[in-house]
Design a protein around this ligand. Structure first.
Ligand code: DON
Length: 309
């Protein structure tokens, strides 16, 4: 399909750089405000030896909401669909990712989907393990396998910064606890959730995770099954319908690639049966998605006909 990513990527990254000035880095998690808003980087993985990359693709950043895709996969592997979807719904939302309003207006207070914060907190509370340490070890192992990178770890400063400022997520959790959606201790859950969000990767890691999801959950180079194909299909579907929050509809029209964003500025893209894409651009639009990253995906999708529609 493609053999000239190198030159194309350079020109596309240069084209989208101007948009970084129109966005802002997240500052509601204080540690994220240290990112350089002018950064834009991309990696593409096609299953061969190395990634095609442009920009500062070795820059580390935290997964933030991209982790929601991976905890969902783990929870589904732990419990199966029936139990997981008794706690969280399957419908997209037009509300912001951290909204509490539907929890109150929809009784029983089941969060709409696993990609918004309330849904992700409910899913995280299901992960099996005797302690948070054990649960995180299982999640880290999954991320390391999907990316083929055993060095991946948690950025403890970012986790601490979010734990100390996570009042909204605490409110969502207490609300859900009151309504029986979660049963765990809220601070324990917040400790796990903020650490899952603080798993640190670079663009190449993300591109390989995207590739694994695009290829039925197989290890990016060794091709054994890490996630069952049916679960990889299911999480990719959530990426299409809910991955870019209340911008998912417009993103499906403009780009058409299963993708998931995070407030650190990361986006993972999984083109079914084809490439994985990892993007970093910490300047965000008002919905919390990387502003240059979205433009870059639009250019890539149009140049290489990547839309699944
Ligand atoms: O819970 C939070 O608010 C963050 N740890 C993650 C939110 C996020 O990444 C939303 N994405 N665009």
């Amino acid at each position: 399909m493609v053999c000239r990513y190198g030159d194309d990527l350079r020109s596309m990254v240069n084209q989208v750089k101007q948009y970084t000035k129109e966005g802002n880095v997240a500052n509601y998690i204080p540690a994220l405000s240290l990112a350089d808003p002018a950064d834009v980087a991309v990696s593409i993985y096609d299953g061969k030896d190395t990634c095609f990359s442009e920009g500062n693709h070795y820059q580390l950043f935290t997964l933030q909401s991209i982790s929601k895709v991976l905890t969902l996969a783990l929870a589904l592997m732990d419990h199966g669909r029936e139990i997981v979807f008794s706690k969280v719904g399957m419908e997209p939302t037009g509300d912001p990712f951290n909204s509490i309003s539907k929890l109150e207006s929809n009784i029983p207070s089941k969060p709409l989907n696993p990609m918004i914060n309330a849904g992700a907190l409910a899913v995280s509370s299901l992960i099996k393990g005797n302690s948070n340490e054990g649960k995180l070890k299982r999640l880290l192992n999954l991320v390391r396998e999907l990316s083929g990178n055993n060095q991946i770890n948690i950025n403890k400063e970012v986790a601490k910064s979010e734990f100390e400022s996570a009042n909204l997520n605490r409110a969502l959790s207490y609300f859900m606890k009151q309504h029986g959606i979660i049963t765990s201790d809220v601070d324990e859950l917040l400790d796990f959730y903020t650490k899952q969000c603080a798993i640190e990767v670079n663009c190449e890691d993300l591109a390989k995770i995207g590739y694994a999801l695009a290829h039925q959950g197989e290890h990016p180079s060794d091709k054994y099954s890490v996630i069952p194909a049916e679960i990889a299909r299911l999480v990719k579907t959530f990426m299409v319908t809910c991955g870019m929050y209340n911008a998912s509809g417009e993103f499906a029209i403009r780009v058409g690639i299963p993708a998931k964003s995070g407030v650190s500025g990361g986006i993972v893209g999984a083109v079914p049966g084809s490439i994985g894409i990892g993007i970093y651009g910490p300047a965000l639009d008002e919905k919390g998605n990387s502003i240059a990253g979205m433009k870059l995906l639009e250019l890539l999708a149009s140049r290489y006909h990547l839309s699944i529609f």
